[in-house]
Design a binder for this molecule. Structure first.
Ligand code: PHE
Length: 443
């Protein structure tokens, strides 16, 4: 197939915005704050940052490089580089991860849309703070409402992806990403001037290592994978639309910096408000859907703030969902020569159907998330790192890495990370997950 038929970014800025849009999502605004809250505050943040530097950035480089060199989806990329080898399985695993993650991602994004709607119409804030727990339980107990919003979210995602790389994905990112940063800044203004600001900041800045523990370290690594969209070929796919000869490392730093910044900013929005009203910072997954609305309900501009926050969450989720769907769509387009609209609607429809159980069957969503975050992404990431570090020859790797502004010293540092540091870190998390799995299910 001619490359022009696949589409490409308009340039470097378009690529970085879309890739940052993929990275910044529910992982930053929903998961990062609650995981920080329940794993020792700044202690978790420090470990997370170390993983981003040693595992995250090198693997972004590896993925983008494989995509740019082959101009293919994850399966095609491995096939072109090592035809007839078992490496293609890593690509298949990535496409499968796209199915699994987007299935439940669409459900949680649907909750965000529901809350955005309920906030704007005043229905959410009509209840007292005490009733917020109830409001969430009511939503959880209403499968039709959840599936309805999930369908709406998947519909928007599919429409964007069906329009193509530049006219759909890049265009949406160029609108949504600035809107997202604008919303964060407005919300930050409210939270940093609230009475609980010093306590909220202290919570994010004072490490409590005793609360971190081994499970916190594992959560930090899993969080880095999920948040940076790594281990399933999302960055391979986005890299495959990259035509400009820019330094990939520089892009990787920009993407990781934007992603980390937004996670920390989300914490800075949430924790001051949580402390202002004496709520529980380590509330777990309910932090954003139960605890935070309680704080909003007690504030003067409650509907406005709450609508803004859940719009933020929805926008962030949308640019990530787009990248998840794009992995699957690129696979159908490259490997089966389907047209982009056909691939988008078929994949979007299948993934929607696969997501329905996550909305309807209790515990299903957590099981899907566990499957993807604890197993599929780390395994995918491990093999992508090993491939880039050990299977690619020195010249192949150097050529793939090269770009305007890249240096030899940077290449050496990158190669060290993908050869040793990243596989070691990911290997440890996998062994640990296996031990936990055997302990929990093996009796
Ligand atoms: N990075 C996204 C988030 O933080 C989720 C995601 C994972 C997107 C894997 C693409 C691939 O929400």
């Amino acid at each position: 197939m001619k490359d022009s038929a696949r589409g490409s970014w308009s340039g470097h800025v378009g690529f970085v915005l879309a890739a940052a849009g993929s990275a910044i999502g529910l992982g930053n605004i929903w998961m990062f704050p609650y995981r920080t809250g329940s794993n020792g505050g700044a202690a978790f943040v420090f470990v997370y940052l170390a993983f981003v530097a040693v595992v995250g950035i090198p693997l972004i480089v590896a993925e983008v490089m494989l995509g740019r060199a082959t101009r293919r989806n994850p399966v095609g990329a491995f096939r072109i580089l090592r035809p007839g080898s078992g490496w293609q399985i890593v690509g298949w695993l990535g496409v499968a991860s796209g199915f699994v993650i987007l299935s439940y991602y669409g459900v949680v994004a649907g909750w965000a849309m529901d809350y955005m709607w309920a906030s704007a119409s005043g229905a959410l804030m009509a209840g007292t703070a005490q009733r917020m727990t109830e409001a969430f339980d009511v939503l959880m107990g209403d499968p039709y409402r959840q599936v309805g919003w999930q369908a709406a979210f998947m519909l928007v995602t599919t429409v964007v992806v069906s329009r193509g790389v530049e006219a759909g994905i890049e265009r949406a990112s160029k609108v949504l990403m600035p809107a997202l940063f604008g919303l964060v800044l407005v919300l930050l203004g409210f939270s940093l001037t609230s009475p609980g600001a010093p306590e909220g900041l202290a919570f994010l800045l004072n490490p409590r290592f005793d609360e971190l523990g081994w499970s916190g370290v594992l959560a930090a690594l899993g969080q880095a994978f999920f948040s940076l969209s790594l281990g399933m070929g999302a960055m391979i796919t986005y890299g495959s639309y990259l035509e400009v000869d820019q330094s990939i490392v520089r892009s990787a730093f920009l993407i990781a910096a934007a992603d980390t910044c937004l996670a920390v900013l989300a914490g800075l929005v949430i924790f001051p408000l949580v402390f202002t009203f004496g709520l529980e910072p380590g509330a777990g997954p309910g932090l954003v859907f139960i605890t935070l609305p309680k704080a909003f309900a007690l504030m003067p501009a409650s509907s406005f703030l709450s609508t803004g926050f859940f719009a933020l969450l929805t926008f962030a989720a949308l640019t990530s969902a787009i990248s998840l769907l794009e992995v699957v769509v690129a696979f159908f387009v490259d490997e089966f020569q389907w047209s982009r609209p056909q691939a988008s609607w078929v994949a979007g429809g299948l993934i929607f159907a696969l997501g329905v159980p996550s909305a309807v069957v209790g515990g299903f969503l957590d099981a899907m998330d566990g499957l993807a975050s604890d197993w599929m992404l780390p395994i995918g990431g491990l093999f992508i790192g090993l491939f880039a570090g050990w299977t690619l020859g020195g010249d192949e790797a150097r050529n793939g890495y090269r770009g305007k502004g890249s240096s030899l010293a940077g290449f050496a540092a990158w190669r060290f990370c993908v050869r040793y540091a990243a596989p070691a870190a990911v290997g440890i998390i996998l062994v640990q997950s296996l031990v936990r799995f055997v302990r929990d299910f093996g009796g």
